[in-house]
Design a protein around this ligand. Sequence first.
Ligand code: AMP
Length: 286
Amino acid sequence: MTLLLRKIKEIRNYLRNIRCQNNSIVGFVPTMGYLHQGHIELIRRSKMQNDLTIVSIYVNPLQFGAGEDFERYPRDLERDLSICEEEGVDIVFAPLDEEMYPEKPLINIEIQGLSNILEGEFRPSHFSGVCTVVLKLFNIILPDRAYFGEKDYQQLKIVERLVKDLNIPLEIIPVPTVRDEDGLALSSRNTYLKPEERESALSLYRSFLLAEKLIKSGDRDAKLIKEAIREFIMKHPHIKKIDYVEVTDPDLRPVEEVKEGDRILLAVWVGNTRLIDNWRIGDANL
Ligand code: AMP
């Protein structure tokens, strides 16, 4: 039976008692809800590696900028709870805004050189909001392991660095991106897409395969590969604009010569929906 807790005090007390009795190892999966197979993969990893799995469901206002989709972000707690129940999640922590932010936090967390590039360039306060909520949740739950998807690769790298720099006593476990059969990376925001937009959104995944083909045929110049990706994606209808296409090493430093293990990262507007995706070079089965 999944236990739904909404108060910080409740979950702290509950976990304190459990830890006293059983010394349980706790796995934590932070989410914004509207769960899909990507989230489920994180949950399953946690179930495999820990005694207790906790999922948080909280649409964090602090990580949305003005004019972004905070209000219309999809929410369905009932549905999420039944998925968690099915997956054997022990606790769902779903706090209200007044519980998480009784007053506006004055803290501003910046990971120098990581928070302000790529996503950070287009969403300036986004990662400070992410780090704040993640730190708060870590301090509330005190997990042994926390699970983050490679779908949000920059977020993963930032949280890894946060944990390292501040000696937070837990392990971050990265989980590869889960895609639909046709290659579209699963995302709660995919629900915004009209069928014809979804078709065009496939160009993101397909551009990664194109890049892999180019690299395999000997093209190693990152500039050329980025241009080919841009050109390919822009050919599709409903693509409004590309915020960025970048090729970096695994630590998000831009590269000029592309090699296996590097990452392609991009953000693209399909109609009014902004999608992000990324790809590890060498992962395509060509
Ligand atoms: P979100 O609810 O979108 O904030 O995501 C919660 C967690 O699930 C984050 O660590 C995401 O990176 C991860 N996640 C979201 N989509 C996917 C996916 N398609 N595959 C793997 N992990 C994902």
